[in-house]
Design a protein around this ligand. Structure first.
Ligand code: C2E
Ligand code: CA
Ligand code: CA
Length: 738
């Protein structure tokens, strides 16, 4: 039980696996979050880089437009004065189309000193200056700004090596006619003179519309995918929008592109690897958990098995004694609470030992198993069965309210177990004795109840087996008495002054002929006085004291027998003595030690032992008879009266029980029985002794029937050894004299 409890302290499987799974999920989530966060971070960084590139693109575009214009706005004085005013073709070729062809500018407008348009190019060809009307108001502020810049003058000549950057210019983002555009305004100046303070030069206005085609060129150049312009920013994660403002901070348009997502790409590239890795890790963890689950399940079932084993009998699978004790306690507690009754049945198989001895231990085990099954079949729901050990079983029932009901169940059990058992091909018969106790009202102790059931069982066994007996209080007193006797007998056997041996002479057919004597144990207790052997012999047998006692009697008998060869000295032998393998040797030791002849010794055994221990007994008897020791069957006719046994065991003598002898005078049936016994015995050359001959009538009837020897108060009561020797001596002298 201790191991079962310590195993129970292990955490359960679920408790073990849950934290592992939680830890795993948390780890996976954390890793995923980290990966997503870091790729997002990379994307955000990339976006901010691209955004700053975009802002630089437009900043430089504003400068570039001026550079583009520089190539056509710095001329010689003559060209400015002559061509500009009159040569329209030249203006178109050099100031207009040039810008379209080489720089991709969409429009060019030339403004005169009064800021009136004198020329206009649109889409690579000269166009009507009327087109400028819609744009004039937008361009005007830029023109005004430049004019005010120019007021201070720009005197340094530009000789080719000069810095064209020094030429004042204006460039800005605007909405021209509603279309976003970059507009550059530059003076058309003299290469040699520059611009004087009073000069009002012509102005060159160049326009680049922020079209999607333009955006595409930008995109190709700066590797911005999906570049374009849009008036509104979509709330889209795969498009970036960069707002473009003019110099005054007014919104113009959005530059739109698909930002590169290196993080996303990394993630995309990583996904299969991560998925594969995750799959493998998941698989490994699954296998690990499965292993864990299995082993912990195995542990759990091992624990249950250990628990079961600790509380159940291996052979039958029935509850064992410790579980039985618990169940009995529980049943009593339930009853205490006012529910139901408790009946306890103690079962003990009657002939189990023989089966075990004759057929072997395996057969014994098989028998116990079958008995367990039969009990289960018989009792079914009527009670709980337990195997207490050996051939002992118990039944606890909570629904047997009356003694009659308990008896009825017991009878069913007895009937069921009386049927033969088939063991290893041979039939075995066993019986069962049952002790019953019904828990009385009031508080009862489980062990007290068990003790009482055991007493009833003892009574059932003593009363002749295959029966059930209900416990009664008197039995307890008997048991108490037996306990007292046992203690006193133990003490008596340690001393020499209480136990003695008496001898009852055996007489032959001729008057006065003494052929031998029977040794009878006597116990004179200082307080109880003479205790009858019928009382203390069974106690001695039960307490394992019979061997000491038997030894004592045998020694006295042998000592006497050695002095009187030719006289048969009979000694009563109890079953436990005969069963003891050392008994045979012990008898011969005593014969040798005392000098008694084996042929003068007679062992008296009862029928009971023949039934109980067939194999052991027949073997022992065979050896004794082979050594010349005589065997007498005592109390013949009282037990199973098995005349058949006579032949089987080949005894030398039967002793007709005094119960038959005492009825000889007035019961013709007894006469017939005794006559039959004597005839049968004689037919088998078996000698017959009549016991308990008390009257002359009995004596004469027995003589007539041919009885061989006689024993009884009529002839002589048991006497002390000295008195017996006196009788032997007197009869011997008489015989000599006669
Ligand atoms: P048992 O072997 O049948 O012994 C004969 C019993 O009958 C003796 O009783 C004896 O005193 C008594 N008896 C003798 N003649 C008469 C008579 O005319 N009328 C009546 N009514 N009784 C007579 P005891 O000595 O009380 O012994 C009782 C039983 O105790 C014996 O029965 C025997 O079975 C057993 N016993 C006695 N001594 C020993 C012993 O040393 N060893 C064993 N194993 N058993 C013993
Ligand atoms: Ca006897
Ligand atoms: Ca007898």
């Amino acid at each position: 039980m201790r191991t079962a409890q310590s195993i129970r302290r292990w955490p359960s499987t679920g408790a073990l696996i849950a934290p592992v799974v939680v830890a795993l999920v948390v780890t996976v989530l954390a890793v995923a979050a980290f990966i997503i966060w870091s790729t997002r971070d990379i994307d955000a960084l990339a976006l901010s880089r691209q955004t700053s590139i975009v802002s630089q693109i437009f900043a430089s575009k504003l400068q570039e437009i001026g550079h583009d214009q520089e190539s056509v706005t710095i001329w010689d004085d003559t060209i400015i004065s002559s061509k500009l005013h009159s040569d329209r073709k030249w203006v178109n070729d050099n100031l207009g189309r040039w810008m379209f062809d080489y720089f991709g500018h969409d429009q060019v407008i030339i403004l005169d000193e009064q800021d009136q348009p004198v020329y206009m190019m649109n889409g690579g060809a000269a166009s009507s200056i009327a087109l400028f009307d819609g744009e004039r108001s937008t361009v005007a502020p830029l023109v005004a700004q430049l004019r005010s810049k120019l007021k201070d003058g720009w005197g340094a000549p530009y000789q080719g090596s000069g810095n064209p950057n020094a030429v004042p210019r204006i460039a800005d983002l605007t909405l021209l006619n509603g279309y976003p555009a970059i507009v550059g305004v530059m003076p058309i100046v003299s290469r040699s003179r520059g611009i004087g303070k009073a000069d009002t030069p012509f102005l060159h206005v160049s326009v680049i519309f922020l079209t999607n085609r333009f955006a595409l060129t930008l995109g190709q150049k700066y590797m911005l995918e999906g570049a374009g312009f849009s008036g509104a920013a979509l709330n889209s994660s795969d498009h970036a929008f960069y707002p473009l403002f003019n110099a005054e901070g007014r919104f113009v348009t959005f530059f739109e592109w698909k930002p590169t997502r290196p993080g996303g790409r990394i993630l995309n590239n990583m996904v299969p690897a991560i998925a594969a890795g995750g799959l493998v890790a998941g698989l490994l963890i699954f296998l690990l958990l499965d292993r864990l689950w299995r082993s912990s399940t195995a542990l759990e079932s091992g624990r249950r098995q250990a628990e079961h084993q600790a509380s159940h009998d291996m052979l039958t699978g029935l509850p064992n004694r410790s579980l039985f004790d618990n169940e009995l306690k529980n049943a009593l507690a339930t009853r205490q609470a006012g529910q139901g009754s408790v009946a306890l049945l103690m079962l003990d198989l009657d002939r189990f030992k023989q089966v075990n001895d004759t057929l072997g231990h395996q057969a014994g085990d098989d028998l116990i198993r079958q008995v367990g099954q039969r009990l289960e079949g018989t009792i079914a729901g009527a009670g709980r069965i337990a195997r207490l050990g050996g051939d002992e079983f118990a039944v606890i029932s909570s629904n047997l309210a009356s003694a009659d009901a308990a008896m009825a169940l017991s009878q069913r059990i007895i009937d069921a177990l009386a049927q033969p058992f088939s063991i290893f091909g041979s039939e075995a018969f066993v019986g069962v004795s049952i002790g019953i106790v019904l828990a009385p009202d009031g508080q009862v102790d489980a062990s007290e109840l068990t003790r009482k059931a055991d007493i009833a069982l003892y009574e059932a066994k003593a009363g002749g087996r295959n029966r059930a007996i209900i416990y009664e209080e008197v039995m307890d007193e008997l048991v108490q008495g037996r306990h007292t006797i046992e203690a006193e007998l133990r003490e008596a056997l340690r001393r020499t002054d209480q136990i003695s041996v008496m001898f009852q002479p055996l007489y032959g057919r001729n008057t006065g002929e003494v052929v031998g004597a029977e040794a009878l144990a006597r116990w004179t207790h200082p307080k109880f006085g003479n205790v009858s052997p019928t009382e203390f012999i069974p106690v001695a047998e039960g307490a394992g004291l019979i061997e000491i006692l038997g030894d004592m009697v045998m020694r006295r008998a042998c000592e006497l027998g050695a002095r009187w060869p030719g006289h048969t000295i009979a000694v009563n032998i109890s079953p436990p003595q005969l069963r003891n393998p050392k008994f045979f040797g012990r008898v011969f030791d005593l014969l040798a030690a005392t000098g008694m002849r084996p042929c003068d010794l007679e062992l008296e055994i009862t029928e009971g032992i023949l039934l109980e221990d067939e194999r052991v007994t027949s073997e022992a008897l065979r050896r004794f008879r082979a050594a010349g020791i005589r065997i007498a069957l005592d109390d013949f006719g009282t037990g199973y009266s098995s005349l058949g046994y006579l032949k089987q065991y080949a005894v030398d003598k039967i002793k007709i029980d005094r119960a038959f002898v005492s009825q000889l005078a007035d019961d013709s049936v007894s006469v017939a029985i005794v006559q039959a016994m004597i005839s049968l015995a004689h037919a088998m050359r078996i000698e017959v002794t009549a016991e308990g001959v008390e009257t002359r009538e009995q004596m004469s009837v027995l003589l007539d029937m041919g009885c061989n020897t006689f024993q009884g108060y009529l002839l002589s009561a048991p006497v002390a050894a000295a008195a017996l020797e006196a009788i032997f001596e007197a009869r011997g002298e008489e015989r000599l004299a006669g």
